[in-house]
Design a protein around this ligand. Structure first.
Ligand code: MN
Length: 335
Protein backbone atom coordinates (compact mmCIF):
# COMPACT_ATOMS: atom_id res chain seq x y z
CA UNK A 1 0.00 0.00 0.00
CA UNK A 2 1.43 3.42 -0.88
CA UNK A 3 0.59 6.97 0.07
CA UNK A 4 -0.02 7.70 -3.61
CA UNK A 5 -3.70 7.14 -2.94
CA UNK A 6 -3.86 10.72 -1.69
CA UNK A 7 -1.83 12.29 -4.53
CA UNK A 8 -4.93 13.37 -6.43
CA UNK A 9 -6.40 14.83 -3.24
CA UNK A 10 -3.16 16.77 -2.55
CA UNK A 11 -2.80 17.97 -6.13
CA UNK A 12 -6.20 19.70 -5.98
CA UNK A 13 -5.42 21.59 -2.76
CA UNK A 14 -2.96 24.13 -1.41
CA UNK A 15 -2.38 23.30 2.25
CA UNK A 16 -1.63 26.97 2.94
CA UNK A 17 -4.97 28.12 1.57
CA UNK A 18 -7.49 25.49 2.61
CA UNK A 19 -8.71 24.69 6.14
CA UNK A 20 -9.06 21.06 5.03
CA UNK A 21 -6.60 18.52 6.44
CA UNK A 22 -3.75 17.94 3.95
CA UNK A 23 -1.46 15.22 5.32
CA UNK A 24 1.99 14.98 3.77
CA UNK A 25 3.11 11.93 1.82
CA UNK A 26 4.03 8.89 3.90
CA UNK A 27 2.54 5.66 5.12
CA UNK A 28 -1.25 5.76 5.45
CA UNK A 29 -2.76 5.33 8.89
CA UNK A 30 -4.40 2.01 9.68
CA UNK A 31 -8.00 2.13 10.75
CA UNK A 32 -10.72 -0.42 11.30
CA UNK A 33 -12.45 0.25 7.96
CA UNK A 34 -15.65 0.98 9.83
CA UNK A 35 -16.14 4.78 9.78
CA UNK A 36 -18.53 6.54 7.44
CA UNK A 37 -19.35 10.22 7.11
CA UNK A 38 -21.82 12.25 5.06
CA UNK A 39 -20.80 15.89 4.60
CA UNK A 40 -23.21 18.51 3.31
CA UNK A 41 -21.25 20.69 0.91
CA UNK A 42 -22.44 24.16 -0.13
CA UNK A 43 -20.29 24.21 -3.26
CA UNK A 44 -21.24 25.71 -6.63
CA UNK A 45 -23.94 23.03 -6.58
CA UNK A 46 -25.33 21.61 -3.37
CA UNK A 47 -24.34 17.98 -2.77
CA UNK A 48 -23.63 15.51 -0.04
CA UNK A 49 -20.24 13.78 0.08
CA UNK A 50 -20.47 10.17 1.18
CA UNK A 51 -17.21 8.69 2.45
CA UNK A 52 -16.31 5.19 3.62
CA UNK A 53 -13.06 4.42 5.41
CA UNK A 54 -11.15 1.76 3.47
CA UNK A 55 -7.45 0.81 3.55
CA UNK A 56 -6.24 4.03 5.14
CA UNK A 57 -8.32 6.53 3.13
CA UNK A 58 -11.92 7.67 2.80
CA UNK A 59 -13.31 6.33 -0.47
CA UNK A 60 -15.66 9.10 -1.64
CA UNK A 61 -18.72 9.84 -3.74
CA UNK A 62 -20.56 13.16 -4.29
CA UNK A 63 -24.34 12.67 -4.18
CA UNK A 64 -26.38 15.64 -5.52
CA UNK A 65 -29.66 14.41 -3.98
CA UNK A 66 -28.24 12.86 -0.82
CA UNK A 67 -28.67 9.28 0.38
CA UNK A 68 -31.95 7.81 -0.89
CA UNK A 69 -34.44 6.78 1.78
CA UNK A 70 -36.66 4.87 -0.61
CA UNK A 71 -35.46 1.65 -2.32
CA UNK A 72 -37.56 2.62 -5.35
CA UNK A 73 -35.42 5.70 -6.08
CA UNK A 74 -31.70 5.31 -6.82
CA UNK A 75 -29.52 8.40 -6.62
CA UNK A 76 -26.52 9.37 -8.72
CA UNK A 77 -23.24 9.09 -6.80
CA UNK A 78 -20.20 10.57 -8.56
CA UNK A 79 -17.00 8.82 -7.54
CA UNK A 80 -14.44 11.41 -6.37
CA UNK A 81 -10.85 11.29 -5.16
CA UNK A 82 -9.89 9.42 -2.00
CA UNK A 83 -9.79 11.69 1.06
CA UNK A 84 -7.55 11.39 4.13
CA UNK A 85 -9.07 9.73 7.21
CA UNK A 86 -8.88 13.02 9.14
CA UNK A 87 -11.45 14.43 6.74
CA UNK A 88 -14.21 12.49 8.53
CA UNK A 89 -14.09 15.14 11.28
CA UNK A 90 -13.83 18.16 8.98
CA UNK A 91 -16.31 21.03 9.05
CA UNK A 92 -15.48 24.48 7.77
CA UNK A 93 -15.50 27.07 5.04
CA UNK A 94 -13.31 26.41 2.00
CA UNK A 95 -12.52 29.89 0.72
CA UNK A 96 -13.53 31.33 -2.63
CA UNK A 97 -11.30 30.40 -5.53
CA UNK A 98 -10.11 27.17 -3.90
CA UNK A 99 -11.15 23.69 -5.00
CA UNK A 100 -14.59 22.85 -3.57
CA UNK A 101 -15.13 26.40 -2.27
CA UNK A 102 -18.04 26.67 0.16
CA UNK A 103 -19.18 25.53 3.57
CA UNK A 104 -18.78 21.86 4.59
CA UNK A 105 -20.97 20.58 7.47
CA UNK A 106 -21.10 17.07 8.86
CA UNK A 107 -24.56 15.73 8.08
CA UNK A 108 -24.08 12.31 9.62
CA UNK A 109 -21.26 10.21 10.93
CA UNK A 110 -21.18 6.69 12.30
CA UNK A 111 -19.92 3.19 11.77
CA UNK A 112 -20.54 0.75 8.97
CA UNK A 113 -20.01 -2.89 8.07
CA UNK A 114 -18.85 -4.12 4.69
CA UNK A 115 -20.90 -6.92 3.14
CA UNK A 116 -19.12 -6.83 -0.20
CA UNK A 117 -16.43 -4.64 -1.75
CA UNK A 118 -15.41 -5.15 -5.37
CA UNK A 119 -14.81 -2.78 -8.30
CA UNK A 120 -18.37 -3.41 -9.44
CA UNK A 121 -20.25 -3.40 -6.18
CA UNK A 122 -19.88 -1.89 -2.72
CA UNK A 123 -22.46 -3.19 -0.28
CA UNK A 124 -22.51 -1.70 3.23
CA UNK A 125 -24.69 -1.43 6.33
CA UNK A 126 -24.68 2.07 7.85
CA UNK A 127 -25.21 2.83 11.53
CA UNK A 128 -25.55 6.60 11.74
CA UNK A 129 -27.63 8.99 13.80
CA UNK A 130 -29.56 10.23 10.76
CA UNK A 131 -29.23 7.34 8.37
CA UNK A 132 -29.05 3.63 9.02
CA UNK A 133 -29.61 0.70 6.72
CA UNK A 134 -28.19 -1.38 3.89
CA UNK A 135 -26.95 0.43 0.81
CA UNK A 136 -25.29 -0.73 -2.39
CA UNK A 137 -23.20 1.40 -4.77
CA UNK A 138 -22.43 0.29 -8.30
CA UNK A 139 -20.77 1.99 -11.31
CA UNK A 140 -22.84 2.77 -14.39
CA UNK A 141 -20.56 4.92 -16.54
CA UNK A 142 -17.01 5.93 -15.67
CA UNK A 143 -17.08 8.06 -12.52
CA UNK A 144 -20.86 7.84 -12.36
CA UNK A 145 -22.18 5.35 -9.86
CA UNK A 146 -25.64 4.82 -8.41
CA UNK A 147 -26.53 4.36 -4.77
CA UNK A 148 -29.49 2.17 -3.87
CA UNK A 149 -31.12 1.57 -0.51
CA UNK A 150 -31.72 -2.16 0.02
CA UNK A 151 -33.76 -1.84 3.21
CA UNK A 152 -37.37 -0.61 3.26
CA UNK A 153 -37.75 3.15 3.85
CA UNK A 154 -37.32 4.19 7.51
CA UNK A 155 -40.69 4.78 9.25
CA UNK A 156 -40.21 8.58 9.34
CA UNK A 157 -39.94 8.67 5.52
CA UNK A 158 -43.63 7.82 5.14
CA UNK A 159 -44.86 10.48 7.58
CA UNK A 160 -45.77 13.92 6.24
CA UNK A 161 -42.87 16.33 6.75
CA UNK A 162 -43.30 18.78 9.58
CA UNK A 163 -45.97 16.67 11.30
CA UNK A 164 -46.03 17.51 15.00
CA UNK A 165 -43.47 20.31 14.62
CA UNK A 166 -44.21 23.61 16.35
CA UNK A 167 -42.25 26.86 16.02
CA UNK A 168 -39.53 27.71 18.54
CA UNK A 169 -40.52 30.79 20.57
CA UNK A 170 -38.57 33.84 21.82
CA UNK A 171 -38.52 35.21 25.38
CA UNK A 172 -39.32 38.91 25.72
CA UNK A 173 -36.50 41.23 26.83
CA UNK A 174 -36.39 45.00 27.27
CA UNK A 175 -32.99 45.47 25.67
CA UNK A 176 -30.26 43.91 23.56
CA UNK A 177 -28.29 41.27 25.50
CA UNK A 178 -24.94 42.46 26.84
CA UNK A 179 -23.01 39.58 25.24
CA UNK A 180 -24.39 40.51 21.83
CA UNK A 181 -21.46 38.96 19.97
CA UNK A 182 -22.99 35.59 20.78
CA UNK A 183 -26.20 36.40 18.88
CA UNK A 184 -27.55 36.89 15.40
CA UNK A 185 -30.11 39.70 15.01
CA UNK A 186 -33.16 39.71 12.75
CA UNK A 187 -36.16 41.93 12.08
CA UNK A 188 -39.53 40.84 13.42
CA UNK A 189 -41.66 41.91 10.46
CA UNK A 190 -44.92 41.20 12.26
CA UNK A 191 -47.46 38.91 10.64
CA UNK A 192 -48.31 35.33 11.52
CA UNK A 193 -45.68 32.79 12.40
CA UNK A 194 -45.81 29.66 10.24
CA UNK A 195 -43.81 26.59 9.30
CA UNK A 196 -43.73 25.46 5.69
CA UNK A 197 -43.30 21.83 4.67
CA UNK A 198 -42.14 21.23 1.08
CA UNK A 199 -42.40 17.65 -0.14
CA UNK A 200 -43.11 15.89 -3.45
CA UNK A 201 -43.61 19.17 -5.30
CA UNK A 202 -46.20 20.42 -2.81
CA UNK A 203 -46.14 23.04 -0.07
CA UNK A 204 -48.06 22.96 3.21
CA UNK A 205 -48.17 25.86 5.68
CA UNK A 206 -48.58 25.02 9.35
CA UNK A 207 -49.79 27.78 11.71
CA UNK A 208 -48.11 28.43 15.06
CA UNK A 209 -50.74 26.27 16.84
CA UNK A 210 -50.08 23.34 14.52
CA UNK A 211 -53.29 23.92 12.52
CA UNK A 212 -53.78 25.03 8.92
CA UNK A 213 -53.29 28.61 7.68
CA UNK A 214 -56.47 30.26 6.31
CA UNK A 215 -56.61 30.40 2.50
CA UNK A 216 -56.68 34.22 2.34
CA UNK A 217 -53.40 34.34 4.25
CA UNK A 218 -51.71 31.63 2.19
CA UNK A 219 -49.18 33.01 -0.32
CA UNK A 220 -48.88 31.39 -3.74
CA UNK A 221 -45.84 29.19 -3.12
CA UNK A 222 -46.24 27.03 -6.24
CA UNK A 223 -42.73 27.81 -7.51
CA UNK A 224 -40.95 27.14 -4.24
CA UNK A 225 -40.35 23.36 -4.64
CA UNK A 226 -38.35 24.05 -7.85
CA UNK A 227 -36.41 26.81 -6.10
CA UNK A 228 -35.52 24.16 -3.51
CA UNK A 229 -34.19 21.86 -6.27
CA UNK A 230 -37.09 19.48 -5.46
CA UNK A 231 -35.44 18.59 -2.17
CA UNK A 232 -37.83 18.00 0.75
CA UNK A 233 -37.54 20.76 3.37
CA UNK A 234 -39.20 22.44 6.34
CA UNK A 235 -38.86 26.21 6.65
CA UNK A 236 -39.75 28.55 9.51
CA UNK A 237 -40.88 32.15 9.08
CA UNK A 238 -43.67 34.68 9.11
CA UNK A 239 -46.45 35.49 6.69
CA UNK A 240 -46.05 39.22 6.15
CA UNK A 241 -48.58 41.47 4.49
CA UNK A 242 -46.79 43.30 1.66
CA UNK A 243 -49.25 45.89 0.25
CA UNK A 244 -52.17 43.51 0.76
CA UNK A 245 -50.37 40.43 -0.61
CA UNK A 246 -49.24 37.64 1.71
CA UNK A 247 -45.51 36.87 1.40
CA UNK A 248 -43.72 34.11 3.30
CA UNK A 249 -40.64 35.60 4.95
CA UNK A 250 -38.22 32.75 5.71
CA UNK A 251 -35.80 32.85 8.63
CA UNK A 252 -34.95 29.27 9.55
CA UNK A 253 -34.44 25.84 8.01
CA UNK A 254 -35.50 22.84 10.12
CA UNK A 255 -35.18 20.01 7.65
CA UNK A 256 -33.43 19.44 4.34
CA UNK A 257 -33.40 16.35 2.16
CA UNK A 258 -34.32 13.61 4.58
CA UNK A 259 -32.54 15.06 7.58
CA UNK A 260 -33.78 17.13 10.49
CA UNK A 261 -31.43 20.04 11.15
CA UNK A 262 -32.80 20.79 14.63
CA UNK A 263 -29.50 19.99 16.35
CA UNK A 264 -27.46 22.07 13.89
CA UNK A 265 -26.54 25.48 15.36
CA UNK A 266 -28.65 28.54 14.48
CA UNK A 267 -25.62 30.01 12.70
CA UNK A 268 -25.12 26.95 10.52
CA UNK A 269 -28.85 26.56 9.80
CA UNK A 270 -28.92 30.22 8.79
CA UNK A 271 -25.86 29.85 6.57
CA UNK A 272 -27.45 26.82 4.92
CA UNK A 273 -30.67 28.78 4.35
CA UNK A 274 -28.77 31.73 2.85
CA UNK A 275 -26.92 29.38 0.52
CA UNK A 276 -30.25 28.11 -0.88
CA UNK A 277 -31.07 31.70 -2.07
CA UNK A 278 -34.84 31.37 -1.67
CA UNK A 279 -36.08 34.66 -3.07
CA UNK A 280 -39.24 34.83 -5.17
CA UNK A 281 -42.25 37.12 -5.54
CA UNK A 282 -44.13 35.38 -2.74
CA UNK A 283 -41.26 34.15 -0.60
CA UNK A 284 -38.12 35.85 0.67
CA UNK A 285 -35.23 34.90 2.91
CA UNK A 286 -34.95 37.59 5.59
CA UNK A 287 -31.55 39.09 6.45
CA UNK A 288 -29.66 38.38 9.68
CA UNK A 289 -26.84 40.28 11.29
CA UNK A 290 -24.37 38.58 13.60
CA UNK A 291 -22.87 40.24 16.70
CA UNK A 292 -24.24 43.79 16.57
CA UNK A 293 -27.88 44.45 17.46
CA UNK A 294 -27.98 48.25 17.84
CA UNK A 295 -28.11 49.19 14.14
CA UNK A 296 -30.69 46.45 13.57
CA UNK A 297 -32.91 47.85 16.32
CA UNK A 298 -32.53 51.36 14.89
CA UNK A 299 -33.50 50.32 11.36
CA UNK A 300 -36.41 48.25 12.68
CA UNK A 301 -37.64 51.34 14.53
CA UNK A 302 -37.33 53.55 11.42
CA UNK A 303 -39.20 51.07 9.28
CA UNK A 304 -41.97 50.53 11.80
CA UNK A 305 -41.25 46.86 12.52
CA UNK A 306 -42.63 45.80 15.91
CA UNK A 307 -39.49 44.14 17.29
CA UNK A 308 -36.16 42.47 16.58
CA UNK A 309 -35.08 38.95 17.41
CA UNK A 310 -31.78 38.01 19.03
CA UNK A 311 -30.95 34.35 18.38
CA UNK A 312 -28.01 32.66 20.04
CA UNK A 313 -25.56 31.59 17.30
CA UNK A 314 -24.78 28.22 18.90
CA UNK A 315 -28.37 27.32 19.79
CA UNK A 316 -30.23 24.27 18.49
CA UNK A 317 -33.86 24.53 17.36
CA UNK A 318 -36.22 23.57 20.17
CA UNK A 319 -39.67 23.04 18.60
CA UNK A 320 -42.58 24.57 20.53
CA UNK A 321 -40.31 25.79 23.34
CA UNK A 322 -39.75 29.26 24.69
CA UNK A 323 -36.14 29.56 25.84
CA UNK A 324 -33.47 32.23 26.35
CA UNK A 325 -31.80 31.01 23.13
CA UNK A 326 -34.20 33.31 21.26
CA UNK A 327 -35.12 36.78 22.51
CA UNK A 328 -37.57 39.39 21.25
CA UNK A 329 -36.79 43.03 21.90
CA UNK A 330 -39.47 45.64 21.12
CA UNK A 331 -38.40 48.52 18.87
CA UNK A 332 -39.94 51.14 21.17
CA UNK A 333 -36.75 50.89 23.25
CA UNK A 334 -34.72 52.06 20.25
CA UNK A 335 -32.75 55.32 20.74
MN1 MN B 1 -17.90 17.96 -2.07
Amino acid sequence: MSADKLDVYRSKRDAARTPEPVPGPGPLPRGRDDTFVVQEHHARRLHWDFRLERDGVLVSWAIPKGLPLDPKTNHLAVHTEDHPLEYAGFEGEISKGEYGAGLVLIWDRGTYETEKWTEREVKVVLHGSRTSGRYVLFPTNGKNWMIHRMDPPPPEASRPLGEGLLPMLPEPRKRIPRDQRAYGFEFDLGGDRALLAVQNGETRLIAADGGPVPAEKTPDLGGLPKALLDLPAVLDGQIADVSGTPVFMIYDLLHLDGGALLDRSYENRRRTLDYLKLNGDRWQTTPWFPADGKPVLKVAHQRGFPAIFAKRLTSPYLPGMRSPYWLTIPTRTAP
